[in-house]
Structures are given as C-alpha cells and as structure tokens.
Design a protein around this ligand. Structure first.
Ligand code: CMC
Length: 430
C-alpha cells in the first residue's frame, strides 16, 4: 500500500506522508499543507481529523474494541480496580503491589478539602445542578494550591497535584450530593479504599459506622473503570486544548467537566433515565418512542443510542448490561425501567432505521439503572461519569504536556461579510 498521498492542485503536485499507528490505523500527515498550498482542511466536528498521537487508549469502532494501554476493557472490568486502572492510564504500566499501595496511600491521604470549600457549597441555591457545582469547585482548587499555576513544574510536583485532584474530586463530588439533600458533609476517612470512601461520604451518617456493601463497591469499581478513558472524545479534547495553553490542570479539568455535562456526551446517562421514566409514565410503549426517534420532524432522539466511533457495538455497554442484571439480582431490586430498556433495545436493534445507521446502545444506556440501584440520584449520574473519566482526562493532559504539544488552534473557513465601512449610529438606516 502507498505510503504517501498526492494532491493535484491545478498543474502542481504535492505529496503528504501516510503515518501508521500500532494497530495499523492510517493517517495523512498534512502538517505542511497550508504552507505549501495555502489550503486548509474543513472537517466539521473533526469527524476525520486526528488531533494528536496518543499511546493511552485504543478504540476500533467497527470491531467494538476498547483497550487502555493495550489491555482489553473486558479484562480490566473483570479483574482490576478503579485505582489500579487510574495508575495504568497515568503511568502506562500496571503497578506492582508496592507501587499500587503507595499510589492508594498517596491519594487517600489527600482526600480532605479546605474548610472554605464548604462555604462555596453552602452558598449555592437549592436545586442547583451538581455538575455546575463540581465544575466551579474543581476550578477553584487552583486558588488553594497556587503552585499549580506555574506551568513548568517538576515531575514530583505535577504528580502531587494529580494525586490531589483525584483525591479531592471524590470528596467534592460526594459533597455536592450532601449539599443537595441538606445533610451534613461527611469527612473522608483514610481507613476506606477510594470507592468505599466515596460511598461513605455519599451515604454515610455521622451517627453510625458506614459499612460498604461489597456488591455496590464492585459495581462502582466496574462503572468507573468503564468510563476511565475514551481517547479523543469531546471532554478529553477540551481538556487537552485548554491545557495546551498551559492553563493549570484544575482549570483544564473543569473545562472538561463542562463539556461532559451536555446530553449528547456524559449528560446522556441522566437523559436516558429521564426518557425511560417518561416512557413508563406514558404506558411503557417502546414502539411509540422508536417511531418518535425515527421521525425527522420530531427532535426526540433515543438517548443512550448511537456513538461517533462505535458502529458495531459499544463494548462498555455489553459489560454494563450484564453487570446491571447481576447488581439488580444481588441487591434484590426489581426496576420496571430495566424491562423498558431491554424492550427498547430489542425493538431498535431489529429496526431498519437503527440497523442502517449502525445505532447501538452505548455506555450510558444501562449505567443509569445501576446507579439508581445503588442509590445515586439521577442528577448525580453525570458527576459519576466525571469521577470515572478523571484519570483519563489527567493522563491525556499529562501526555500532551510531556510531549510539548503546541497550543491548539484550529483554522476556519470565513463565510461572513467582506470588508465594509463603519457608519456612525445616527447615520444608519432604519
Ligand atoms: N436516536 C435517533 N437517531 C439517531 C440517534 C439516536 N440516538 N443517534 C444518531 N441518530 C441518527 C441521526 O439522526 C443521523 O440520521 P441521518 O443520517 O438520517 O441524518 C444518523 O443517525 C447519524 O447520527 P449523527 O448525529 O450524525 O452521529 P454523530 O456521530 O454526530 O452523533 C451521538 C453521535 C452519540 C451524539 C448521537 O448518536 C446521539 O445524539 N445519541 C444520543 C445521545 C447519547 O446517547 N450520547 C452518549 C454518547 S456515549 C457516551 C459518551 O462518550 O459521551
């Protein structure tokens, strides 16, 4: 196969090299295109544009493959923990037992947040969406750790900030929930592992010892692992582009949280449950909602269906569907919206519209049902996604800074007015 692409522009010929990735993915390197030809490429929503070279996560959307640092997601979800996967994403290799213990300890002893953070949380009005609270509180951590504002710090210093952010994110996420329900904040306790500590801060009470349910801890570890990275998605690209200006890591991750919030991205998990609830209220007729999703005059979309990259199946959804059945069984919960979800999936998968467009359930389709089963309220679902995606965002930020990527700055095709003369307000017509 050819190792370059030739562009014919009038009578001129330009050649651009083809680069091949580890998994034989191929890309045309157009770095010299504009200098040589004056042309830019136009690719709305970056559907065909590789923005970086990355060694973190591999996805094959046609084959339904997802691997972190080469390890299949199925194996990690089955055997690993969220902390171990976080280490893997951040440092590129699975940790030894000693390295994992040191990493766990380094995180767990940084979970306490400054007391003033409680004052911010208290100041938000009731009913505030927790994603807004999470986003602003994470950005504000830079005020408590001004060192983080220095762009070129030592590896140890950056590592400390990374561990601090992973640690405090769990505390802040749990506190947004405590704030929402008006309960006292639960302080982190170093005797718990990361996931149990989070659950304790969410569901514990000051008057009694919190004993984590191993079924719930296991389910949450799985969910967080499945969300931990997904290469250059909307929020991760946001984190990388904000970080490329050498903005501090808290600001970069806060921007990622903002991007994740939207219902076409992480916000879909909340939207799925709201949709399933609405279908249940409306009599549970899956067919009616499939018809609405297909109707081009109706803005309704089947939330939790479709993916920019996966065009066969989303491997995360496969694992979550099984986990969903297991968790509900083991907790003895019978959730009627699980039946509606399965009915919707079955109907959609045999419907020409969905088959033709290769629309399959994505990670968000069943995750909300598990979150609900373990007691997490609907508007906290996207916060859970953010908690899971955090090590991915940070790993991508770290990779981008370590490889000294230049500031991200796309071009555009201008389609506005040509030059025109300014007319003072009194002299304008109309
Ligand atoms: N329901 C009905 N039709 C759909 C859906 C859906 N959920 N998703 C895509 N389509 C149709 C779309 O109308 C279009 O049809 P046509 O070719 O006739 O115009 C075709 O399928 C291609 O869709 P697209 O919008 O061009 O695809 P995209 O790659 O730009 O969007 C997506 C991907 C995930 C934003 C979209 O599938 C969607 O809106 N899904 C629902 C929201 C959702 O579940 N998001 C979570 C994604 S997974 C978690 C994450 O990583 O964020």
């Amino acid at each position: 196969m050819s190792d370059s692409v030739e562009l014919h522009l009038g009578s001129e010929r330009f050649s651009y090299p083809i680069l091949t990735g580890t998994e034989n993915e191929r890309a045309v390197d157009i770095a010299k295109l504009r200098d040589e030809t004056g042309l830019i490429t136009l690719d709305l929503a970056y559907k065909n544009t590789g923005a970086t070279k990355s060694a973190i996560t591999f996805i094959d959307g046609d084959l339904g493959i997802l691997r972190y640092r080469g390890y299949p997601i199925e194996q990690l979800a089955e055997h690993s923990t969220f902390m171990e996967v976080s280490y893997l994403l951040l440092y590129g290799e699975l940790p030894s037992a000693v390295q994992l213990e040191q990493f766990n300890q380094s995180i767990i002893r940084r979970t306490l947040v400054h007391e003033n953070i409680k004052k911010f949380l208290d100041a938000y009005p009731g009913g505030t969406h927790p994603m807004g609270v999470l986003m602003s509180t994470i950005a504000s951590l830079s005020s408590f750790y001004p060192n983080s504002l220095i762009p070129n710090r030592s590896v140890e210093d950056v590592d400390r900030t990374i561990h601090r952010l992973i640690a405090k994110m769990a505390t802040i996420a749990a506190w947004t929930y405590k704030k929402a329900i008006g309960h006292p904040y639960m302080y982190p306790n170093n005797k718990y592992d990361y996931v149990s500590n989070f659950l304790m801060m969410m569901f514990g009470h000051r008057t009694e010892e919190y004993v984590p349910d191993p079924v719930v801890v296991d389910a949450l570890n799985k969910l967080l692992i499945l969300h931990a990275d997904h290469e250059q998605n909307c929020s991760t690209s946001t984190v990388r582009i904000v970080g490329s200006s050498h903005a501090n890591i808290y600001a970069s991750v806060a921007a990622g949280i903002g991007a994740l919030w939207g219902p076409l991205h992480g916000g879909a998990n909340q939207a799925v449950i709201e949709m399933l609830e609405a279908i249940k209220e409306d009599g549970g007729d899956a067919q009616k909602y499939i018809a609405k999703a297909k109707d081009k005059n109706d803005p309704f979309r089947l939330m939790g269906f479709g993916h920019r990259v996966y065009k066969n199946f989303d491997p995360r959804a496969k694992i979550i569907k099984v986990a969903c059945d297991q968790v509900l069984n083991r907790l003895g919960i019978n959730d009627p919206i699980l039946d509606i979800a399965k009915q919707l999936e079955e109907t959609a998968l045999s419907d020409e519209y969905f088959v033709e467009r290769k629309l399959y359930p994505n990670v968000d389709f069943y995750s909300g049902i598990i979150y609900r089963a373990i007691g997490i309220p609907t508007d906290m679902f996207t916060v859970m996604f953010a908690l899971g995606r955090l090590p991915g965002w940070i790993s991508q930020w770290k990779e981008m800074r370590e490889s000294n990527e230049p500031i991200g700055r796309p071009r555009q095709l201008y389609i506005g007015h040509p030059e025109r003369e300014y007319i003072p307000v009194g002299k304008r017509k109309g």
